[in-house]
Design a protein around this ligand. Structure first.
Ligand code: CO
Length: 217
């Protein structure tokens, strides 16, 4: 028996498995034999941004990596391993970096708050803040500055995905994989595209520069 305080989760799981099987008796049987997702989602660990639910995808349809502030750090072997497996083995067609407004990690970076070990992780967001200091300083509203940094952070991470040897090698082989940058609104549940999609046919530097220019226009 499990702890009473969380036993309701097992109850919820029983209901979910039962309902799913009611709708499709072969659902788990088919799924257990293979996974063949077309998408890799790189998102924030925030509990309010559940990947599958937001885009209405079922188990098996979305490969997911989440961390604080949806970061793609060049030396993060966890994220890179997910990326490599997704691109080279699963051969996903789309990789989306999904940020969200009101991100606590981005806010800590914006405010210069000290939280401990995580400061070192969020230092990459601080780097983005400093990179675009003139543009951000020119925005008088705090909320708007916060929103722009959330967006800039996504665009920076899309650039990082595009610069990995994994994606560069895939494009070298003309593999059909496109990287996207999206941002999610906690207040309305809507996704917004940040016009930073890059595929094998695009110049990723050009797309990056245009997306940044459009953001601060
Ligand atoms: Co967040």
């Amino acid at each position: 028996m499990t702890d009473n305080a969380i036993s309701h989760l097992f109850e919820k799981n029983r209901q979910w498995a039962w309902q799913t099987t009611e709708q499709d008796p072969n659902f788990f049987k088919v799924l257990s034999m293979q996974q063949n997702p077309e998408y890799l989602w790189i998102g924030c660990a925030d509990s309010r941004v559940p990947a599958n639910e937001i885009v209405g995808l079922l188990p098996g349809e979305l490969f997911v990596h989440r961390n604080v502030a949806n970061m793609v750090v060049h030396t993060d072997h966890n994220c890179l391993s997910v990326l490599q497996y997704a691109v080279e083995v699963l051969k996903v067609k789309h990789i989306m970096v999904v940020g969200h407004y009101g991100c606590g990690g981005v806010k800590a970076a914006l405010d210069g708050v000290r939280l401990g070990l995580i400061d070192n992780w969020l230092r990459h967001v601080v780097d983005a803040k400093e990179k675009f200091k003139p543009e951000l300083d020119a925005i008088s509203s705090y909320d708007e500055r916060f929103a722009r940094l959330c967006e800039v952070n996504v665009i920076e991470q899309v650039k990082n995905v595009c610069q990995t040897n994994i994606v560069l090698d895939a494009w070298e082989k003309e593999q059909d994989v496109t990287v996207h940058g999206w941002i999610y609104g906690l207040e309305d549940g809507r996704l917004r595209d940040l016009a930073t999609s890059v595929g094998v046919q695009n110049d990723s530097v050009q797309v990056y520069q245009n997306a940044i220019k459009q953001l601060f226009a």
